[in-house]
Design a protein around this ligand. Sequence first.
Ligand SMILES: Nc1ncnc2c1ncn2[C@@H]1O[C@H](COP(=O)(O)OP(=O)(O)O)[C@@H](O)[C@H]1O
Ligand SMILES: [Mg+2]
Length: 362
Amino acid sequence: MSVVRLITQNFRNIEQAKIDLHPQLNFLVGDNGSGKSSFLEAIFFLGHGKSFRTSKIENLVSHDQSSFVVSVKDDLDAQIGISKNFTSNQTEIKINGERHTKLSELAKNIAVQIITPESFKLFFGGPKERRRFVDLGLFHVEQSFSREWKDFNRILKQRNAYLRSGINIEGIKYWDEVFCVHSNNVSELRIKYITSFKEEFLHWAKLLLPNIFENIQIQYSQGWKQNTKLEDILQNNRSREVLLGYTTSGTHKFDLRFIMNKQPLENQLSRGQQKLFLLALTFAQAKLIEKVKRVKPILLIDDVGAELDSNSRTVLNNAINQLNCQVIITAIDKVAVEPLIPNDHDYKMFHVKHGKIFEMSE
Ligand SMILES: Nc1ncnc2c1ncn2[C@@H]1O[C@H](COP(=O)(O)OP(=O)(O)O)[C@@H](O)[C@H]1O
Ligand SMILES: [Mg+2]
């Protein structure tokens, strides 16, 4: 889907907004503190049921208000809405007129990805963010992933509880066996996905980082030692795991590594290259999601101007043109997005000022 109309109420500093977006390319420009990131946050919230910059949902409601609303209508007239009331502590989710209670329902209908100036630090801050990235793609591309991942996590919890409860050898053998089956199932899906992801990434890296893409390698670690049976590892680690009370090997420890010239890539890129690298990753993922034609990805790029010189912005412009996705880009002013503006004038530009959003004409 692409978002045709976005309606918000009392979301951060945006009191009211009813915005008709362009199906492909949108720019939001405005001063610091005008509400650009808040606008993206509202869309992100619909896709994830949470924010990208706070874990406290109560931060999202406008000061002095008790509830917020965010809803979108897509190009097929489907509607997704959520309202959160902090007085009654009620969350209401409506997807095409049907009520839902679980925030996880939101993610099935809309694939939102975001890149902010903090993304690179987050992405290389620990394996969790990298797993989250891969799993977002898997969630939309591999229909069985969601089920498998849920099952695996249930077993992981049960095995951990068993480790803590004072085990007997027959009991733990049972949990090892079940755990390995589920761990392998998830691992297989992830490895399959990474294989197609690597190929797709190459295309975007070539476009966005033409001078270094050939030196970048993507590797994964499955969560336990390569070419070793997980069963054997569990057995070898038995006394340690009992002591710790949790499972130290398995697909929950999956991670990605990026290597450039035999060294970790993260310490070798300039700020601008970091952003282009993340864009290449995200575009590759968006393309894979788009190819399965279940949901249409929406890409949010917050504060695009910050690190990119005008040459990089031209390169980015080419890449965006090749992506069949809706993109929403924010920047301080029009000058910062100038090299991203297509010649055919097929886009929309909005000005954000004190929480109000106006469509700008040429
Ligand atoms: N819950 C809230 N209610 C009202 N205003 C808020 C709330 N949270 C943040 N703000 C204010 O909203 C403004 C817009 O922030 P932001 O969207 O980050 O701006 P931008 O991305 O355009 O720089 C900031 O001035 C911030 O202080
Ligand atoms: Mg901002």
